[in-house]
Design a protein around this ligand. Structure first.
Ligand code: MN
Length: 191
């Protein structure tokens, strides 16, 4: 299977100033493109040649896992953002958040804390188990909650390449602002 760089549903400058045009050009156009190209170069001749991305992430390790994970993680990340995002989730997802964390504000605090306390590079995730119960996980490097049997719903990328051009070392400030561009409609569909 040949993987493609996913098209963005917004212009490169649409998420500024939270994610500026130059960050999109590097992060989507170069970092993610490289992960896609690497994966396409790594899988021919392996058992992953004709397998979907989620299965590769669940069953691979080493360089294939790192590149497949980064393709899946960035796809979920970029497609969960919108210049018209923000606000709060609705419906069943909102109910599940309230059941687990008491309020949307408490959930946001826990989620940002996961991202801020992740040492080095990685991802903060909202994921659900097979019963629809929610969990926040933090995963180093290319990690994805799929490998723990969970379904990923949305994520904040805390690799420095995600925010350094716009926020330099201020990871916590960047994560706090990211809520303004989360597209909850997309996340609700995944739930
Ligand atoms: Mn990234």
């Amino acid at each position: 299977m040949k993987f493609e760089l996913p098209a963005l549903p917004y212009a490169a400058d649409a998420l500024a100033p939270i994610i500026g045009k130059q960050t999109i050009e590097f992060h989507w156009g170069k970092h993610l493109k490289t992960y896609v190209d690497n994966l396409n170069n790594l899988i021919p001749g392996t058992k992953f040649e004709n397998v979907d991305l989620e299965t590769i992430v669940k069953e691979s390790d080493g360089a294939i896992f790192n590149n497949a994970g980064q393709v899946l993680n960035h796809t979920l990340y970029f497609l969960s953002l919108s210049p018209n995002g923000g606000g709060e989730p609705k419906g069943k997802l909102a109910e599940a958040i309230n059941e687990k964390w008491g309020s949307f504000e408490n959930f946001q605090k826990e989620f940002v804390a996961a991202g801020v306390t992740l040492f080095g590079s990685g991802w903060a995730w909202l994921a659900k188990d097979t019963n629809g119960k929610l969990e926040i996980t933090k995963e180093p490097n290319a990690g994805n909650p799929l490998t723990k049997g969970l379904t990923p719903l949305f994520t904040f990328d805390v690799w420095e390449h995600a925010y350094y051009l716009d926020y330099q070392n201020r990871r916590a400030d960047h994560l706090a602002d990211l809520w303004k561009i989360v597209d909850w409609n997309v996340v609700e569909e995944r739930y």
